[in-house]
Ligand binder design. Structure first.
Ligand code: PLP
Length: 414
């Protein structure tokens, strides 16, 4: 008799989620040794210096002040129009592309990624992303019968590796008539890298050249999950205006999330935003995204949508929210700077950090290093090519202390 009942496409190896597994160990260590003696840099959420989750008062005050029936009702499948307007305007700020733009609400950025991958690639297609990437890209693509292929994110001198991007992109385009490239920027997870405006120019000049072949369909998917914690003011949004007037066979999507920017992780709200020079292509996107919404989750979190639109439309509330967010953006930057400086002092190699929640360290034996560090009460997530330190979750003081210990452990295990 068989001990399996799932359909053949739903059979996956049982493996514990690496992040939640190590986060669990960190919690045990905290119980045993006290939180002041443990550096828990595992989870990608903003925490205060004592490890308590930050949840903005402006956001949750607004939600809790809402009449129950406003939160409880169904939202339209597309999302509430005032939410879609608020999210698009807030995301692009002064850099809205000159193009036809459509938006459909999703459960978080994850839902947006799912809609994009499902509707803009074919069964068996290869999807291109960088060798350092957020592992759910693989989970989402695999579930749909697509495969992730990678290019090297960095050059030897720590810049975006445009040459390798081009090479791998061309290889895929030789095999397929459509290609999707996922770029997680600014403030990439796990490296903290942000593609510069000049690098964007190079990327777009290249894809425009490739798009001269009318048989090819090029899809860019920009994952902006951490954009609210990148750069000063809106400078890290300037690249959006480069998506203006692109040829019809380049379709751009932005996976938008309110998880980090509004600290609404568990409320599950995001949007998939489609950008095209061609109105029919934009409308076609809207139809496909709506169909996927209905097929997968029906509709989104109405209360969360109203929070985003109220913050956008109420000047005082917006000011309160901006103050809270900017305060935490500053704390995050100081923590990251402390970590980067301390790493420099002890000659600990880091990947080029620019913005955001994480710093990553390359190494050949990530699991061994992560394991050995738990003995020193430092908890970091092992990745395929290194280990990740979540500055978002660790006090500035601990960020300053950790690199020396990490360096010692890495040297011992060389
Ligand atoms: C790179 C990246 N993209 C997208 C997301 C989507 O997050 P959510 O579905 O919570 O909005 C995350 C969350 O951790 C992420 O790290």
């Amino acid at each position: 008799m068989t001990n399996s009942m799932v359909a053949s496409h739903a059979k996956w190896p049982a493996k514990a989620d690496a992040i939640f597994a190590i986060a669990g160990k960190a919690q045990e260590a905290i119980k045993k040794h006290g939180k002041e003696n443990v550096t828990n840099s595992t989870l990608g959420a903003l925490m205060d210096d004592n490890g308590k989750l930050i949840a903005f008062d402006s956001v949750f005050g607004t939600l809790k002040a809402m009449p129950n029936e406003k939160i409880s009702a169904y939202a339209p499948i597309a999302g509430m129009p005032q939410y879609l307007e608020a999210s698009v305007e807030t995301l692009f700020a002064g850099y809205k592309p000159d193009a036809h733009i459509r938006a459909v609400a999703t459960p978080g950025g994850s839902g947006a990624l799912k809609i994009a991958m499902w509707n803009y690639t074919d069964l068996g297609d290869e999807i291109l992303t960088s060798d350092w990437y957020w592992s759910p890209y693989k989970t989402i693509s695999e579930e749909a019968g697509r495969h992730i292929k990678t290019f090297k994110l960095f050059t030897e001198d720590g810049h975006f590796n445009v040459a390798d991007f081009k090479e791998k992109f061309k290889e895929i385009l030789n095999r397929q008539d459509r290609i999707m490239a996922i770029l997680n920027t600014p403030a990439q997870n796990p490296t903290g890298y942000s593609i510069s405006d000049d690098e964007w120019d190079e990327i777009l000049a290249f894809v425009k050249e490739e798009a001269k072949n009318p048989e090819k369909k090029i899809v860019l998917l920009v994952d902006t999950a951490y954009i609210d914690f990148a750069g000063e003011k809106d400078e890290k949004r300037a690249f959006f205006s480069k998506f203006s007037n692109l040829p019809n066979n380049i379709f751009t999507m932005v996976a938008y999330s309110t998880s980090k920017g509004y600290t609404m992780y568990g409320l599950r709200l995001g949007a998939i935003i489609g950008i095209s020079s061609n109105e029919e292509i934009a409308d076609e996107f809207n139809i496909a995204a709506l169909h996927s919404g209905r097929a997968n989750w029906s509709n989104g979190n109405r209360g969360a949508m109203l929070v985003v639109s109220e913050i956008y439309n109420n000047k005082d509330l917006l000011a309160q929210y901006t103050t809270e967010k900017d305060e935490w953006k500053g704390i995050l930057r100081r923590r990251a700077e402390a970590f980067v400086e301390a790493a420099k002092e002890v000659d600990l190699e880091l990947l080029p950090y620019r913005d955001g929640f994480f710093v990553s360290l390359p190494c050949d034996n990530p699991y061994e290093i992560s394991d050995a560090l738990t003995e020193k009460n430092i908890f970091m997530v092992p990745l395929a090519k290194g280990v990740r330190f979540a500055v978002c979750a660790v006090s500035e003081e601990k960020c300053r202390k950790a690199p020396k210990v990490i360096k010692e452990v890495m040297d011992q295990l060389k």
